[in-house]
Write a protein that binds this ligand. Structure first.
Ligand SMILES: [Zn+2]
Ligand SMILES: [Zn+2]
Length: 322
């Protein structure tokens, strides 16, 4: 098995053991995968993960239930027990016994093959390309924001951060008809929003006037979180989308003084993401900066960390044949 593994460092491993699917699991042949901020944080030591990295992917079911075999799929990443109190109360993404593909206790998809529970499979319609399908998982995470916070037309909303996730969250929010502004540090990535008619501003040019009802922090930095807390109006909501290897030393006093609701937000609904891509409501293609082969693991991770790049894809197997 060809794979990108992390054990103290990120490296390409040409002879990693093949995954062995457990009962109720399918074996998926990975076509393409995407590198996200979580992978970069894991590479810095976040969560103490060891093994095959990767959780954003599209592939074809090779082995598993007959009705799935040969199907092109995207895969949910939380593998759950369906027995604990969280699962039984309908919050299975918070399963107490979960493993998470390429993040916690389970090998990920930066490999030729990955084992995935059958319940995690979602068919990908033909009019979504492999490149676009890699974005289903992070786009679902973007949709989670509007699942958790009702955003209405004309509401004043800001996104802090114009990186990989910020650009997806911005497109999801823009479709609600809210008054949206994306605030970031990189004119090149902000330009992607401008091209879609979304208002933007450079972070140094923003006066934190505490006038936004909802602020989504996708910055991945303590400074971004502090800016978000300065932008949100009293009794407003700040949604946190980033996890950090380093504990952020943000000043949270404004959240107390202004009685701000701070809402953590992680994985989201795949059907919404698949639907939006199939209906061409969300355009992810301009976000792809480079596509590299699995063998160039170090270069790919370096490219993913470069500020001017947005999404780095890994090309693993061609869509058909073996
Ligand atoms: Zn991710
Ligand atoms: Zn559970």
């Amino acid at each position: 098995l060809h794979a990108i593994v992390f054990d103290r460092q990120v490296r390409f491993e040409p002879n990693h053991p093949d995954p062995t699917p457990g009962s109720g699991e399918a074996l998926v042949r990975v076509h393409q995968a995407g590198i996200c901020a979580t992978d970069l944080e894991i590479a810095k030591g976040y969560g103490g993960f060891r093994g095959v990295l990767g959780h954003e992917m599209v592939g074809t079911v090779l082995e598993g239930p007959r009705n799935w075999r040969g199907q092109r799929v995207a895969c949910e990443i939380n593998c759950v027990c369906r027995k604990c109190d969280m699962c039984l109360s309908g919050l299975s993404t918070h399963c107490r016994n979960r493993t998470v593909m390429g993040i916690t206790g389970r090998d990920g998809c930066f490999a030729d093959l990955v084992a995935v529970p059958e319940a995690n499979l979602h068919g990908v319609p033909d009019n979504i390309s492999d490149e676009e399908a890699v974005f289903i998982e992070p786009l679902a995470a973007a949709y989670q924001v509007i699942k958790q916070v009702p955003v209405e037309p004309r509401m004043n909303v800001a996104v802090v951060g114009s990186g990989r996730l910020g650009l997806l969250v911005a497109q999801v929010l823009a479709a609600t008809g809210c008054r949206l502004e994306v605030i970031g540090r990189n004119p090149r990535t902000l330009d992607q929003c401008e091209k879609k008619g979304i208002m933007t501003r450079l972070a140094d040019e923003v006066a934190p006037r505490a006038d936004r009802e909802v602020v989504v922090d996708c910055s991945g930095s303590p400074a971004g979180l502090e800016l978000a807390l300065g932008l949100v109006r009293p009794r407003g909501t700040v949604v946190l989308k980033s996890t950090h290897a380093d504990r952020p030393a943000a000043n949270l006093s404004p959240a107390v003084v202004n009685e701000v609701t701070i809402l953590g937000s992680r994985c989201g609904p795949f059907p919404e993401a698949i639907n939006a891509l199939a209906r061409k409501q969300i355009d992810v293609r301009p976000m792809i900066s480079r596509t590299l082969p699995l063998e160039q693991a170090a270069q790919a991770f370096e490219a993913a960390a470069a500020p001017d790049n947005i999404k780095i894809l890994l090309k693993i197997n061609p869509p058909s044949g073996r």
